[in-house]
Design a protein around this ligand. Structure first.
Ligand SMILES: Nc1ncnc2c1ncn2[C@@H]1O[C@H](COP(=O)(O)OP(=O)(O)OP(=O)(O)O)[C@@H](O)[C@H]1O
Ligand SMILES: [Mg+2]
Length: 229
């Protein structure tokens, strides 16, 4: 299987005054096409930092990130932004939707930002249908439940057909019922459409729907496990 995203000996340190805090201590991993991978580990071990670097939101102190073979860590900020918009879909714990726009409006905005045009209304409706949001598309975020808002965020992440979806605790703000629905959607995207997904989670039920779990600790990969399906 084709490798979609690869990190090579990633290191990241943050300077706080005179103190340098080494948060990632050499992370090498490969995510293959169609994989659904969970990243687990204690709070503060560097999971979000890793995900942000994988998606080009942050640059590493050393090491490389290759997205479909292209090194995003050594290009200009403008080029990295362009690659990110084309190839990466993000989902965060807090849904980060635009509050004044409807569900459909949020998707249209993403289409405009990512592809520079008005988007494809057939695809937009297909995705809204897939995520069972058809009857909510004219609702604003304040008129949606947490689970529905996260499904809109997921719709937004995939609207531009990214090579990979990176999700940082997507069920972290949801109750167990809404978590289950959102996880079901992630699973469906992966199994029916082959969407490659990396998901940080503290939730064992979320990790259980993935193919592979990567365990982190203190800025390093401790090990990994395949999940029986
Ligand atoms: N911009 C920053 N400046 C300084 N330190 C930072 C910065 N971002 C993260 N850190 C530090 O890096 C470490 C790892 O943070 P990170 O957010 O990656 O952890 P995490 O594994 O995602 O934790 P959680 O499970 O709580 O979300 C923490 O000690 C944090 O304080
Ligand atoms: Mg985090």
């Amino acid at each position: 299987m084709k490798v979609i995203l690869e990190t090579i000996d990633l290191k990241k340190s943050f300077k706080m005054g005179k103190i340098e805090n080494l948060v990632l201590r050499g992370i090498s991993l490969q995510i293959k096409q169609g994989e659904f991978v969970a990243i687990m580990g204690p709070s503060g071990c560097g999971k979000s930092t890793l995900l942000h670097i994988m998606g080009g939101l942050l640059t590493p102190t050393s090491g490389k990130v290759l997205v479909e073979g292209e090194d995003i860590s050594s290009v200009s900020d403008a080029k990295r932004t362009e690659i990110r918009r084309k190839k990466i879909g993000f989902v965060f714990q807090r849904f980060n939707l635009f509050p004044t726009l409807t569900a459909e409006g949020n998707l249209k905005l993403a289409e405009r930002i990512y592809s520079g045009n008005g988007g494809n209304s057939a695809r937009r409706h297909e995705i809204l249908r897939l995520l069972q949001l058809e009857d909510k598309m004219h609702h604003k975020p304040s008129e949606l439940s947490g689970g529905e808002q996260q499904r809109v965020a997921l719709a937004r992440a995939i609207i531009n057909n990214p090579a990979i979806v990176l999700a940082d605790e997507p069920t972290g703000s949801l109750d167990s019922e809404n978590s289950a629905v959102v996880l079901e959607m992630f699973k469906k995207l992966n199994s029916h459409f082959g969407q490659t997904i990396v998901m940080i989670t503290h939730n064992p039920e979320a990790a259980a729907v993935c193919h592979r779990i990567i365990y982190m600790r203190d800025g390093m990969i401790l090990g990994e496990k395949s999940v029986e399906s």
